[in-house]
Ligand binder design. Structure first.
Ligand SMILES: *[C@@H]1O[C@H](CO)[C@@H](O)[C@H](O)[C@H]1NC(C)=O
Ligand SMILES: *[C@@H]1O[C@H](CO)[C@@H](O)[C@H](O)[C@H]1NC(C)=O
Ligand SMILES: *[C@@H]1O[C@H](CO)[C@@H](O)[C@H](O)[C@H]1NC(C)=O
Ligand SMILES: *[C@@H]1O[C@H](CO)[C@@H](O)[C@H](O)[C@H]1NC(C)=O
Ligand SMILES: *[C@@H]1O[C@H](CO)[C@@H](O)[C@H](O)[C@H]1NC(C)=O
Ligand SMILES: *[C@@H]1O[C@H](CO)[C@@H](O)[C@H](O)[C@H]1NC(C)=O
Ligand SMILES: CC(=O)N[C@H]1CO[C@H](CO)[C@@H](O)[C@@H]1O
Ligand SMILES: O=C(O)CCC(=O)C(=O)O
Length: 339
């Protein structure tokens, strides 16, 4: 009787799990990568975790005291919110300027506000984040493991022929406990290195775009853990969630165009670095300072699509409907030819 009871309990429990818990796809973890293995993983276009790679002394040295000793007085512009769920679309945060050391104190204590630093240029947000430029005192603490194959030339004159990867930016990211960053995609690949604290990352493949209620590169769905999401966002149920928790020393490969959302489970310090895809060198927008501006050709396509709609919207509904569906059929055909 007892064993029958426990078996049926297990059975009911697993049915409940299937019914009520969204299935989460596993993200694989690797250690001791070679460059061939790394290349083949990048080629697969799936996120993966790299454990304990040689990212330099930042993994041992970085903490508040060390920063206090190393970093001279420096002003940083920081996101500040009363909500831990930063929402870029509705701007529920403001940007405040602090001295870096003062910011670290505020960010690491619990004082009812949530802080987030995403490093930018010294003089303007229209500069590409580069640790050597903006945090020269600690930049050498971050090294790039050999398997990534970054070009040793600082400004390689021959980026599209050179077989190595080329760094685009290196970004310092510091967040209060529980702070989460809106779900978005970037057009460049990047590795997110977690240095202090644990961070949860949720990702969705590019094919989930129709289910994520996008405004540009960002999702309108802010709280991915809310229980009544399907009321407001019924299509979200169709999205395929990938999820992991990064421990200090873990790094995550985030493929380009994959949607991602991060939540600092503890006060977190990390660095992420974007690199350029050699096949796309000519396609990146010159005014991309964050690695997230759509490729120039895609921007042209959107502009032309808006023009097409402006034309068709001048027609009476019957004709508008007909021609819009003809346009969709044309796009469909082109999509199906891609495999
Ligand atoms: C990685 O290399 C280290 C040092 O050689 C070794 O101790 C460890 O077992 C290796 N890990 C894996 C997963 O092979
Ligand atoms: C940026 O500012 C930091 C101090 O805040 C300074 O050490 C660094 O040299 C500056 N970098 C540039 C390129 O001006
Ligand atoms: C970052 O700044 C350093 C120092 O100015 C420079 O040598 C390097 O080329 C820059 N990196 C990138 C990716 O632009
Ligand atoms: C962070 O979230 C945990 C779990 O929900 C909660 O117990 C804790 O009070 C939160 N802390 C802050 C500062 O939001
Ligand atoms: C969403 O998922 C439901 C249930 O699995 C399915 O019936 C529906 O066709 C899906 N919708 C789309 C647009 O994929
Ligand atoms: C486009 O393709 C989808 C699925 O492949 C189909 O459901 C839809 O009806 C097509 N639309 C048009 C206008 O051809
Ligand atoms: C905590 C907070 O500032 N929440 C705000 C987020 O943004 C929306 C839209 O502007 C506001 O309604 C919230 O109050
Ligand atoms: O962890 C964060 O603070 C955000 C990381 C991110 O958006 C990225 O790596 O592209």
């Amino acid at each position: 009787m007892e064993s029958f009871f426990s078996i049926s309990c297990v059975h009911v429990f697993s049915v409940l799990i299937v019914l009520f818990m969204k299935m989460t796809n596993h993200i694989e973890t690797f250690e001791n990568l070679t460059s061939d293995k790394f290349d083949s993983l990048v080629e697969q276009d799936l996120p993966f975790i790299i454990r304990q790679a040689a990212f330099g002394s930042c993994l041992r040295n970085w903490n508040k005291d060390y920063f206090g000793q190393k970093i001279a007085s420096k002003q940083v512009s920081v996101h500040v919110s009363t909500s831990p769920l930063l929402d870029f679309i509705n701007k529920n945060f403001s940007y405040c300027v602090y001295d870096f050391i003062e910011f670290l104190k505020l960010c690491s204590e619990e004082n009812g506000l949530y802080y987030y630093l995403r490093s930018i240029g010294n003089h303007s947000s229209k500069e590409i984040a580069n640790l050597s430029e903006q945090f020269p005192e600690i930049a050498n603490d971050v090294e790039y493991p050999e398997f990534i194959n970054f070009c040793a030339e600082e400004n390689c004159p021959n980026e599209n022929e050179c077989p190595n990867r080329h760094l685009f930016s290196s970004v310092l990211r510091i967040s209060s406990r529980n702070l989460s960053i809106w779900t978005h995609y970037d057009v460049m690949e990047n590795i997110l290195l977690q240095i202090i604290g644990r961070k949860k990352v949720i990702l969705f493949p590019p094919t989930d775009a129709p289910f994520l209620y996008l405004k540009g590169d960002k999702s309108e769905i802010i709280d991915l853990e809310a229980h009544d999401l399907d009321k407001k966002y019924p299509m979200f149920n169709n999205a395929t969630r990938y999820e992991c928790i990064l421990e200090p020393g873990d790094s995550l490969f985030i493929p380009s165009m994959w949607f991602h959302n991060t939540k600092a489970l503890e006060y977190s310090i990390g660095v992420n670095f974007f690199w350029k895809n050699p096949q796309l060198i000519h396609h990146y927008d010159r005014n991309d300072f964050y690695g997230n501006k759509d490729l120039k050709l895609a921007t042209h396509a959107y502009v032309n699509l808006d023009k097409a709609l402006q034309h068709l919207n001048k027609l009476p509904d019957k004709y508008r409907k007909f021609y819009i569906s003809m346009c969709i059929a044309k796009l469909n055909k082109s999509l199906k030819s891609i495999s």
